[in-house]
Design a protein around this ligand. Sequence first.
Ligand code: SF4
Length: 350
Amino acid sequence: TLPHQTDHFFKSMMMPVLAPAGVQEYIDFGVHGYAMSRYSGCWVAFKALADTVETSASVDVDPDRVQVVIPEDFAIPADGLNIRWPDPPLVQEKRLLNQKLYAALAYARANRLNRVIIDAPDARLGIITSGKSYLDVRQAFDDLGIDEALAAEIGIRLYKVGMVWPLEADGVRLFAAGLEEILVIEEKRQLLEYQLKEELYNWREDVRPRVIGKFDEKGEWAHIGRSDGTVDHGDWLLPAAGELTPAMIARVIAGRIERFFTSDRIQARLAFLQAKEKSLSERLFSIDRVPTFCSGCPHNTSTHVPEGSRALAGIGCHYMVTWMPERRTGTFTQMGGEGVPWVGQAPFTS
Ligand code: SF4
């Protein structure tokens, strides 16, 4: 079991993926999700991160807040795109690949699900981001003292993507025009970055910017020679493993604009972030504050293992028992697969 990233899974099932940033967009994109599904006939996926789901906010619930725009530049076939009976598999496949996904793209375009948030007359650096990462980018801007006016002065163009797959190409190309470099800021593995590169690769050479994100301009496939004679992949710029934080993003943004802009505030903030990171890496206390079950929770007693026995955990609160050595609970596996480790162990037991 690993930390997962379901958007790639949705992509493999050819479901358009909406990525809301914050609670208000859960409502707004929820309305768009239903409307897009009805228009295109597609199942529509919705990205839900703990950071944005397990939070609260004041939201506008006016039923007229989201005005759905029906695209005028897409021809819906006479028999429509929606479910019908009978509907043989190969006919469904053809409809999905030839029409439904393009209808979803037309919907995203008409409703401006992806849009430029900050623009600059002479933009040099473009930042493309989505969902929680968009909020992290805004926090990083605040931390660096970059407001919208300064961003425009520096030459930063910020593009926020609401539908992360498939990535709508017309908007991307408008965003990319005139830029020297595009920094892709997205959590975990590349979803936007690979699509962006594909959409720009065969575009006009005179306007095609450099694209960086998970790796810098040397790229992932740079063969970096190590001192022991081995060769490694390129160095991570915004790593795919773990979480991105506003501090990590602030450092990368400051690094990318350094060639043409810096300020005392940015330098001071970078020094502060570096000092903070250093102090966090040096532990002052050796005591761990390990979480445990709520008082009154049945897991407090049900996870006691009989003398001479051992247990394995699954996903859920009882997973915390793996941090209690006296309860002899070895490891865990994903929901629904809890029996399999026992099957695997069977040949080694008597
Ligand atoms: S199951 Fe989890 S949330 Fe519920 S009472 Fe137990 S520890 Fe608390």
